[in-house]
Design a protein around this ligand. Structure first.
Ligand code: NAD
Length: 460
């Protein structure tokens, strides 16, 4: 049971601490980022173990997609802090000279970060890096569904940070809702579109700004004349890491009829190459997070034309990497985000059919296109809307700190990673300064005779 008083008390203490202005000092922010880096380095084995316990996450996936990602973000923030925090000069119309202007970032105050379970460590730690870099105090609420990682975060953070500065509250919906009944200066949420709406509604009561990192169905279009082997490998990798429980995994494939047979041969070959004939025995293949998601996914397999995979084992929460052929837009699997290791194949003869379908759906977090045709690449970029587009690749755009990561429409509001994280947790304050040595009276009453001069000055 979460103690409501402890949430309110922590918030009060964080407000007092923020008011000391200590979190705004650049050296302080740098030290805290270095402390967070140390926390991760000191406890790398425990983090890997927790991710293994929650998701059977292979060590390589844990290290690359959760640990290295966070460490690189910290290094970039430490290196860039001086530059990011520097006020930027802004131009002033000559009519207002000798006034000068600048834009100065300032922290928002106390921020709340709520995470999802699929990358349970980095989904709270990477936003935290932005919150620290921008000079805020933070409350973290990791996902209760990834129990081991959530508890590990709650155990480690107080060992390295004072609760007046960074605090963790574990628990599920109840904890979230108690947190949401308080006033924060920003809420950063990662999770489903459905809960995203609940978060935004709660935030609206206090006019709290939100960043919503949500999900959706990411289309993966496969054209003709592509490098089939590389295409298959990149799709299989992006789809089946973390057993398909990745917000930017290709959700389904839209393949040109002329390419389909060859693509399927290559996809199947590649699956065997990655996970062998018995993926259940592969140390490199994750498990479904819990029975609720397992049951939901097994249900989607019913009456489907499975061409590889399809095996399930409840006691292990195992679902084989599965490819489903001849899927139609009306099938149940196409009605919501799959978020698991099932890959439906839909074919098209004319690319406009594919584009029409994509544009009739909610805007995806990422759209994938495999094509060497520059005109088609351009057409997709110009006629569709999504959080991101990857051409001839999957998922790795997420690891590029100079690319803001976030959705559009139902896939999210706002973005983070690299400088975008700093921006998300900062307010850019406009500052205008005028010296005393001159004070032209043209704008002051009495106005008689001044309008025509002002019109001339402004060429109006
Ligand atoms: P979820 O929305 O069920 O839960 C996310 C968080 O919200 C959890 O911490 C949970 O405790 C809390 N929560 C759940 N119900 C709540 C409620 N009624 N009121 C207040 N808080 C509540 O999402 P999930 O199942 O953890 O994650 C899966 C979803 O997250 C997928 O849709 C996936 O695409 C998306 N996701 C998006 C990103 C991204 O970066 N865009 C990353 C990972 C996951």
């Amino acid at each position: 049971m979460i103690n409501e008083d402890s949430i309110s008390d922590t918030l009060k203490q964080q407000r007092s601490y923020f008011a000391t202005n200590q979190t705004k000092e650049i050296d302080f922010r740098r030290q805290q980022l270095a402390t967070l880096k140390q926390l991760i380095i000191d406890h790398e084995p425990a983090i890997i173990q927790a991710l293994q316990a929650d998701l059977h996450k292979p060590e390589l996936e844990a290290v690359t997609s959760e640990i290295i990602l966070a460490l690189k973000e910290i290094e970039l923030a430490i290196k860039s802090l001086k530059n990011w925090t520097k006020p930027q000069k802004a131009a002033v119309p000559w009519q207002l000279l000798p006034a000068s202007a600048q834009i100065q970032p300032e922290p928002l105050g106390i921020v709340l970060i709520i995470g999802a379970w699929n990358y349970p460590f980095q989904l709270v730690i990477v936003p935290l890096i932005g919150a620290i870099a921008a000079g805020n105090c933070t409350i973290l609420k990791p996902s209760e569904i990834a129990t081991h990682t959530s508890h590990l975060i709650a155990e480690l953070i107080p060992k390295y940070f004072h609760s007046d500065y960074i605090s963790v509250f574990t628990g599920g919906i109840e904890t979230s809702q108690k947190l949401l009944s308080e006033k924060f200066d920003h809420i950063f949420f990662t999770g489903s579109t459905h809960v995203g709406k609940i978060i935004m509604t709660a935030a609206a009561k206090n006019l709290t700004p939100v960043t919503l990192e949500l999900g959706g169905k990411n289309p993966c279009i496969v054209d003709i004349d592509i490098h089939l082997e590389h295409t298959a490998r990149r799709i299989i990798w992006g789809k089946f890491i973390n057993a398909g429980q990745t917000c930017i995994a290709p959700d389904y494939i839209l393949v040109n009829t002329k390419t389909k047979d060859q693509l399927l041969i290559n996809l199947k070959k590649c699956l065997k190459e990655f996970y062998g004939d018995h993926p259940e025995k592969s140390p490199d293949y994750a498990r479904i997070i819990n029975q609720t998601n397992f049951d939901r996914l097994v249900n989607l397999l019913k009456n489907s034309e499975i061409i590889i995979g399809g095996e399930t084992n409840l006691s292990e929460l195992y679902i084989a990497p599965t490819i489903i052929n001849n899927v139609s837009f009306a099938d149940e699997i196409m009605q919501s985000e799959i978020f698991g290791p099932l890959l439906p194949i839909i074919e098209y003869t004319d690319i406009s059919e594919a584009i029409t379908w994509i544009n009739s759906q909610s805007k995806p977090l990422t759209l994938y296109l495999f094509s060497q045709n520059k005109n088609l690449q351009q057409k997709i970029l110009q006629t569709t809307s999504s959080g991101a587009v990857c051409l001839n690749e999957t998922v790795i755009h997420f690891t590029v700190p100079s690319l803001p990561f976030g959705g559009v429409g139902n896939s999210g509001i706002g973005s983070y990673h690299g400088k975008a994280s700093f921006d998300t947790f900062s307010h850019y304050k406009s500052v205008l300064k005028n010296p005393f040595w001159i004070d032209i009276k043209l704008r002051y009453a009495p106005y008689k005779g001044k309008l025509s001069i002002l019109k001339q000055l402004f060429k109006f």
